[in-house]
Ligand binder design. Structure first.
Ligand code: PEP
Length: 252
C-alpha cells in the first residue's frame, strides 16, 4: 500500500530567512500528520537551512534540480552529491520549467536520474504533455517517451523507490487543472507502462503523483483516484496554510 506523498515545489521563491520562518510554521501545522510523506523543495541556497529547520520533524527536503556530473567546470550548477550533502533526501528532475525554459532533454533527465540514485537521492521525475500535444491526441505517446527515456537503465528496485510526477504543462501555474478523468487516464497509463517495463512489484510500489494547480479545494478529488498517490504542489505550497490543508486532505 502506497502512502500519500505530498511535495511542495517552491521554485525560485523564498530566501534563507523566509525558508526558516516557513518551515517553523509548517512543522507545527503538520506535526500530527501521520501516514503521509511530506516533502518541500526550496531553492538550492535554502536547502541546508530547510533541513536544519525541519530536523526531527516529519518533513523531508528535496532539491529542485541537479547536474549529472559529480563535479567540474559547470558554472551555476550543483551536483546530486552536493544536494544530498546539504541534507536533501529527494530531488525533482525534468520539471517542465527546466525542459521549456532551460532546454533540458529526456537524455539529460536520464543522466540526472542516474546521478541522483548514485548520490542516494530519490528522484521525483516529472513528465507531462503541452496543450498542443494534448490537442493533437499525443498525450500518452509523450508520456511514454519521457518516462521511457528518463528511466532508461533503471532497475526494478530503483523504480520501486522512485516518484513519478504527472504534470500536464498546461495545468502548471495556470489555475487550470486536469479533470479527474484526464488525470485518471494518464496515471493509469503510467502505471501500466511501469508494470510492463519494470514488473508488477515496481509498478505497485512506485509513487505516481499529480501536479498542476493543486489547491486545498481540488486535492480530495484527485486523491480519490486509485492511481493518484499524491501531489506535487507549486504555487499553493508557498502559502503555509494552503500546503497544510493539502497535507491534511491526504491524511483524511
Ligand atoms: C509545479 O511547479 O510543479 C506545479 C505543479 O505548480 P502549480 O501547482 O503552481 O501549478
Amino acid at each position: 500500500m502506497r502512502q500519500p506523498f505530498i511535495a511542495g515545489n517552491w521554485k525560485m521563491f523564498k530566501t534563507v530567512h523566509e525558508t526558516v520562518v516557513h518551515v517553523k510554521e509548517l512543522r507545527s501545522l503538520v506535526k500530527d500528520a501521520q501516514g503521509v510523506d511530506i516533502v518541500i523543495a526550496p531553492p538550492a541556497t535554502s536547502l541546508h537551512a530547510a533541513v536544519e529547520a525541519a530536523r526531527n520533524s516529519n518533513i523531508a527536503v528535496a532539491g529542485q534540480n541537479c547536474h549529472w556530473e559529480r563535479e567540474g567546470a559547470f558554472t551555476g550548477e550543483v551536483s546530486a552529491g552536493m544536494v544530498r550533502e546539504a541534507g536533501a533526501e529527494y530531488v525533482i528532475l525534468g520539471h517542465s520549467e527546466r525542459r521549456t525554459l532551460f532546454a533540458e532533454t529526456d537524455l539529460e533527465v536520464q543522466k540526472k536520474v542516474r546521478a541522483a540514485l548514485g548520490a542516494g537521492l530519490v528522484p521525483i521525475v516529472c513528465i507531462g504533455e503541452t496543450l498542443d500535444q494534448r490537442d493533437r491526441q499525443q498525450t500518452l505517446a509523450v508520456l511514454d517517451q519521457q518516462l521511457q527515456r528518463g528511466l532508461d537503465g533503471a532497475t526494478a528496485d530503483e523504480v520501486a523507490g522512485m516518484v513519478v510526477a504527472y504534470e500536464p504543462v498546461w495545468a502548471i501555474g495556470t489555475g487550470r487543472n486536469a479533470t479527474p478523468e484526464q488525470a485518471g487516464e494518464a496515471h493509469a497509463h503510467i502505471r501500466t507502462r511501469l508494470r510492463s517495463w519494470f514488473g508488477a512489484e515496481a509498478a505497485e510500489r512506485c509513487h505516481v503523483i499529480y501536479g498542476g494547480s493543486v489547491k486545498p479545494g481540488n486535492i480530495a478529488s484527485l486523491l480519490a483516484l486509485s492511481d493518484v498517490d499524491g501531489a506535487l504542489v507549486g504555487g499553493a505550497s508557498l502559502d503555509v496554510a494552503s500546503f497544510g490543508q493539502i497535507v491534511a486532505a491526504a491524511v483524511a
